[in-house]
Design a protein around this ligand. Structure first.
Ligand code: RIB
Ligand code: CA
Length: 318
């Protein structure tokens, strides 16, 4: 049986590739997607997901409108230089949403329907997931099987400031709420997602067959993203698909090495904003909600799986 997933996201190029990866993966059943601000604004994120679902002809996947700003209400910047003006690199999706956009409470119906069969994956700012906890309460939210969260950086540099990773930096208050309340929470920080390097050669391999309706789009958005990363990290051989790796973990958790720690996030407006902190001393303080943190990954297992899944046809789906 494929693993049922409720996905919170902000597409964005790596989010879009993660959605495509999930749609092409017979081991994942994407039941609903919550779209929020982050890499682009919430309306654009929704438009991008609607476009991907249309390409896949997947009207059954529930589309839910999420947060438009962080919990603080402040404006946070978007990243057109990395993700493109509309979040899909050079691609401009059609301007109207086809299909239905449901209100926030649809999240709770999905959780009620699937309960412990469901994994919640959040690859964006944590705002919508924190609001879900605030509205539904911990007891209801924690009826799901687990939470897979892309965020943080432990004892390693950040990607938006010296110490902070972009998802935690974008809404540190929301990240704190989620880290405090989510039971069975697993974090996929930059320690592992920076390793999710996909190269132009792998994309060429995926392009070889005409197997699915996403191939041309995958190449165009990857090329844009790779160019941006070459500016950011001179000499890099490919670009890290942070959000894809978090979905890969749903089917292949054994590809990672984990530790268990209590995690806090810096809430200050200064250098500590969004910085993730865990106690790595031999005798750590252990008071609080423990999370599982992925710190190492088997790269070959990830890259082989990515090429295989992205070369699938849609008919492999359930
Ligand atoms: O830090 C990586 C995260 O930030 C990813 O979710 C990516 O989409 C970016 O917004
Ligand atoms: Ca993202």
């Amino acid at each position: 049986m494929p693993q049922k997933v409720l996905l919170y996201c902000d597409p964005g190029i790596d989010d879009s590739l993660a959605i495509i990866y999930a749609l092409l993966n017979p081991e994942i059943e994407l039941v609903a997607i919550v779209t929020s601000y982050g890499n682009v604004d919430q309306e654009q994120a929704t438009q991008n997901v609607a476009y991907l679902l249309e390409l896949a002809d997947r009207k059954d996947v529930i589309l839910i409108g999420g947060a438009k700003t962080p919990l603080s209400g402040e404006f946070t910047p978007y990243y057109p230089e990395i993700h493109g003006e509309q979040g899909l690199g050079p691609i401009k999706p059609p301007p109207t949403i086809k299909g239905e956009l449901l209100n926030f409470d649809a999240i709770f119906k999905v959780i009620e329907e699937y309960g412990e069969e469901l994994i919640i994956v959040d690859v964006g700012r944590a705002t919508s997931l924190a609001i879900s906890f605030n509205l539904a309460g911990e007891e209801t939210m924690n009826t799901v099987k687990g939470f897979y969260l892309m965020g943080g950086a432990f004892l390693t540099p950040g990607n938006v400031t010296a110490g902070a990773e972009a998802n935690f930096y974008g809404d540190p208050i929301a990240a704190s709420i989620v880290l405090e309340k989510a039971k069975q929470g697993v974090l996929y920080p930059l320690n592992v997602t920076n390793e999710a390097i996909i190269t132009p050669e792998m994309i060429d391999q995926i392009m070889q067959g005409e197997n699915n309706p996403f191939q041309a789009l995958v190449k165009a958005i990857f090329d844009y993203y790779f160019e941006a990363y070459q500016e950011l990290v001179p000499g890099i051989e490919g670009s890290p698909l942070h959000d894809v790796m978090t979905l890969f973990a749903v089917t292949t958790p054994q590809a990672f090495k984990y530790v268990e720690k209590v995690v806090t996030v810096g809430l200050d407006e200064g250098n500590l904003r969004g910085v993730s902190i865990a106690d790595f001393r031999p005798k750590p303080d252990e008071e609080g909600n423990k999370l599982t943190i992925a710190l190492e990954v088997d790269y070959t297992s990830f890259s082989d799986d990515f090429v295989k899944v992205m070369s699938n046809s849609l008919s492999n789906q359930t």
